[in-house]
Design a protein around this ligand. Structure first.
Ligand SMILES: [Zn+2]
Length: 342
């Protein structure tokens, strides 16, 4: 039966649609505007179909976390509004709120008499996909209720089908604009009693609290270490810890354990160069083999022409450090180990 749901659900309207979707998301209003004539024609055709029910959905997550997320659905046949509903759904993410709205729309639409085709107008195709996916995810209960409602509805008639249509919310288009207006009017504060949180909201809160804690701890020089090499992005913003893709350092160097070990030695200043021997009063010469008085990390990165032939203009940039180490893999490594790792 789930197979049948997947077969019968059309997640897009024409072949070019998915490609459009990707570009619409990234390019904003001007290109989204080009979609308007297509949507106008689509809804004009749907409105003269006597067995088609239209459902406009929208979720809204207020900026302030004092207010709950809200969702709304308006059901039409032709130009006639059959039903509208809106309610709050606690603290959830925007895709959660939209999934909740789609679930509400489907449950209302399947109850309408003389309906063979449900068209759901949504601004999140990700939530549309989730709505018909029963596997474990945030808001799974809403997907299960969609699957169950559709399962029973499909069973009664082989010609029944559902279509999800993407509406860029910035268009404020037709019935979707109406649902948007309807949902944004609903403002309910988070109450004193415990408010429901979705799994994705809790994950996002945990991730942000970890990031805040990392960032503030990282500002403390005693934590960072006096020798920590502060690196920058190409726009000269300092690199800050992040959990995305393993963080900025691991995602740049993590492909090789030995390279990453050398990078760590370089960035933390715990690298077997002569300045390190001087710092820890190890009985070794302090000067560089090129004749410079001190073989410091800066000297190795910027100007030593003895062993390190390739230098970069901005060794404060992460990618320049990566390139330097590619050309000089053992620059900050141990001499007695072929991979430079100690
Ligand atoms: Zn040198």
């Amino acid at each position: 039966m789930l197979q049948k749901i997947t077969n019968t659900v059309d997640l897009y309207q024409d072949q070019a649609d998915l490609a459009n979707l990707a570009s619409l998301c990234s390019t904003g209003l001007s290109e989204a505007w080009d979609r308007r004539p297509y949507l106008d024609e689509l809804i004009a055709k749907a409105r003269i179909e006597p067995l088609t029910v239209l459902a406009a959905t929208d979720g809204s997550v207020p900026q302030s976390n004092q207010y709950q997320a809200a969702l709304a659905t308006i059901i039409y046949k032709g130009h006639c509004e059959l039903e509208r509903t809106r309610y709050v759904s606690g603290r959830v993410t925007a895709p959660d709120a939209e999934l909740n709205a789609i679930s509400c729309a489907v449950r209302l639409a399947v109850k309408q008499a003389n309906c063979q085709h449900i068209m759901v107008f949504t601004d999140s195709m990700g939530s549309a996909h989730r709505a018909v996916d029963p596997s474990i995810h945030s808001g799974q209960a809403f997907s299960l209720s969609v699957c169950r409602a559709l399962q029973e509805w499909f069973k009664a008639d082989d010609l029944r089908r559902i279509t999800f249509v993407y509406i860029p919310s910035a268009l404020q288009w037709d019935i979707h604009g109406e649902a948007h207006k309807y949902v944004t009017e609903l403002k309910v504060r988070v109450g004193r009693r415990k408010t429901d949180n979705s799994i994705d909201t809790l994950c996002s809160k945990a991730a942000h609290s970890v990031l805040d804690s990392w960032s503030s701890t990282f500002q403390d020089p005693t934590y960072q270490g006096s020798e920590f090499l502060e690196l920058q992005w190409p726009d000269r913003q300092p690199i800050q810890p992040s959990y995305l893709n393993g963080g900025p350092w691991l995602s740049t160097f993590g492909h090789s354990i030995t390279e990453f070990a050398c990078v760590c030695q370089c960035i933390t200043g715990h690298t077997p160069i002569r300045a390190y021997y001087r710092r820890f009063k190890i009985n070794e010469p302090h000067g560089c083999t090129c004749g410079a008085a001190l073989q410091s990390r800066q000297h190795v990165l910027f100007c030593c022409r003895d062993r390190y032939s390739v230098h970069y203009p901005h060794p404060r940039f992460l990618r320049d450090i990566a390139s330097f180490l590619k050309h000089n893999p053992t620059a900050f490594g141990f001499n007695w180990d072929p991979s430079g790792v100690g």
